[in-house]
Design a protein. Structure first.
Lengths: 336, 336
DNA sequence: CGCAGCTATTGGAACGTTCCATTGTGAGGG
DNA sequence: CCCTCACAATGGAACGTTCCAATAGCTGCG
């Protein structure tokens, strides 16, 4: 194989018979140049097999068209889908994603953030690891690094996420409308902004109905949720508002294990509407928040901050919708 | 907020009272320098709040310590876990990941690859989108871009993946040992190296046992697999070797829907052992390939190629293991 | 006919590192 | 006492773009 050396703008300019800066302008398709000249240069570039070298552009311009993405747990389908949305929207805007999976480790998150500070990234999108101190925002501001939080957020700063309170409120009200009175909230053992908000939505709906709220604690884990649901007493709750779909999946599995049919014997609702929810048995009634949309929206929010760092940080709260399927018992399958 | 300008090595050198190149060496902790000098510079850097600028280093050295990761579908839990492994291993080696989710689009894959050619990446790790032509390898070689395929591969080139043939062979032999004779393969509607190999392992085991292989086609989708399993006739197969866990999940759901208990009435095996497999009801008997390990191994393989591009490309085929749970019927739950 | 004002093109500095060749310094050997 | 050698530190070019100021060529107007 001929070990050809890399072609630079300089070479293209020589080939096209123009100055280096003319060739550079032409390759960026700058309208300051005559269309004819641009074509001349483009052809020369194609002939030589010129490949743009971003590293030099980044160094000179200070803009890398790259953003750092800190995902709290990419193996969680919800965040994986969200990541796909972020990547998709950024790609459309000509940006590329530097991925860092923190696995819910604040230490690792810190390390990756330091790394992104050195790395030429134009901004960072953060799904904070559980236990992240709010001082993170101050650090980012001090570092003058454009940033936005996703799903999990703080009081202030650019943020994109679902309306968690409204979601669990809708789920709870739906179960109330179906006649349930002993409704428990399952999940939320680990405290973060999301679990607080989801609990709160359920809590308010129960209080508004004059009923006593009850929390059954478990981690966000199918196995743990299954164990809790399996050992639920017969005179326990007749309906479970679950922290998210994974917990709801666990709940249905636990109920099945103890000989109860989810939807008929105990109603179950999820949260997130991840892909598996519709195919589940029984199909899961849940709150749809469309992680892909959140991802796309968060990318827009961050790009806005990068474009205009002085503007006030935008907070975009996406309205969820209730998706009624089988697991809540409202479906014809359980009627009659 | 004081709008301080960025500190460069030059400033650190001045603060420490040494030459620019000395400061640069010190910051890289080069042993050519006296420990005392290094400390002097480190302290000065800390005092001024120096932040290393990778973009300049990349441009000068040509090494970015960044690799491009082309994932065929990140929302697939298997690939999400694999991605986590890649990211983990690369991070340990001081590398960072540029993520591109191709969503099984060859066009998009092509576009991202062109982008990675401009972008300063030291190499690419590819999980080829379905339908990727083998000529991809030639392009990468012509571009002199270090590369390695993961899971899905071609005849040649650096590669890391599970031994798919051995996996389905083990699953099939296990079902044969349990006394099954009418065993069908479920999945593999979309043709790629993985589905061919998995089918092949099953096929060989069946032939070796003197039995007729049978393929029930469906896409890798819970819903489709469920539909196929649901409509399975009573005199159909008594055991299903599924293309992967998602298909197996669909199969169990379909069986449940049609009033059959997976494991007792029809045996089901999966492939991959994704996280949900153990928590499933019934717990899934499957072939464990540990996506995280594949990810970690593939990162090593690529780094090796980057370090020594002249070396012959390594192919690392990881041995899978059979994990016997409930869905194959071998578990005590269904005995007696 | 000269000059303003425009467009199209050019030249060269700058970005902040790394890399290489070179200098300075003190110890050890002939 | 000088020369060599190793070690420590230095100076400056180079990486391939972008950015800005400057120039050349042209048109139109007074």
């Amino acid at each position: 194989m001929p070990l050809m050396q890399r072609i630079r703008i300089k070479d293209v300019a020589k080939e096209a018979g123009v100055a280096l800066s003319t060739a550079a302008l032409a390759l960026r398709d700058d309208t300051k140049l005559r269309e004819e000249t641009r074509r001349l240069v483009r052809d020369a570039a194609a002939r030589l097999g010129y490949v743009y070298d971003r590293s030099a552009a980044v160094m000179r311009s200070g803009k890398s068209h790259t953003i750092g993405l800190l995902v709290c747990e990419i193996t969680n389908p919800f965040y994986a889908e969200l990541t796909a949305g972020v990547e998709e929207a950024l790609d459309e805007a000509g940006f590329v994603v530097m991925l860092a999976n923190t696995s819910e480790s604040v230490t690792r998150q810190r390390r990756m953030l330091e790394r992104f500070r050195e790395q030429p990234v134009d901004g960072v999108l953060i799904m904070p690891a559980t236990g992240t101190p709010p001082s993170l925002l101050e650090d980012l501001e001090r570092w003058q690094m454009p940033h936005a939080t996703v799903v999990r957020g703080f009081r202030r700063g650019a943020h994109t996420g679902p309306d968690n309170r409204a979601g669990t409120r809708m789920a709870t009200e739906h179960l109330l409308a179906l006649g349930h009175r002993r409704i428990a909230f399952l999940g939320g053992l680990v405290k973060n902004s999301v679990s607080r908000e989801r609990w709160d939505g359920y809590f308010r709906a129960m209080c508004a109905a004059g009923l006593r709220p009850e929390q059954l604690f478990c981690r966000t884990d199918i196995g743990e949720a299954a164990a809790v649901a399996e050992s639920l007493p017969a005179d326990g709750p007749t309906a479970l508002v679950c922290y998210n779909d994974s917990v709801a999946f666990g709940a249905t599995l636990g109920l099945l294990r103890s000989g109860r049919m989810p939807g008929r014997d105990v109603a179950v609702t999820g949260f997130d509407d991840i892909r598996e929810a519709a195919a589940w048995f029984p199909a899961l009634t849940t709150i749809r928040v469309s992680p892909r949309e959140i991802g796309r929206a968060s990318a827009r929010v961050l790009l806005e901050r990068i474009a205009d760092p002085a503007s006030p940080p935008r907070r975009e709260i996406l309205a969820p919708t209730l998706v009624v399927r089988e697991s809540c018992g409202a479906h014809p399958r359980w009627k009659g």
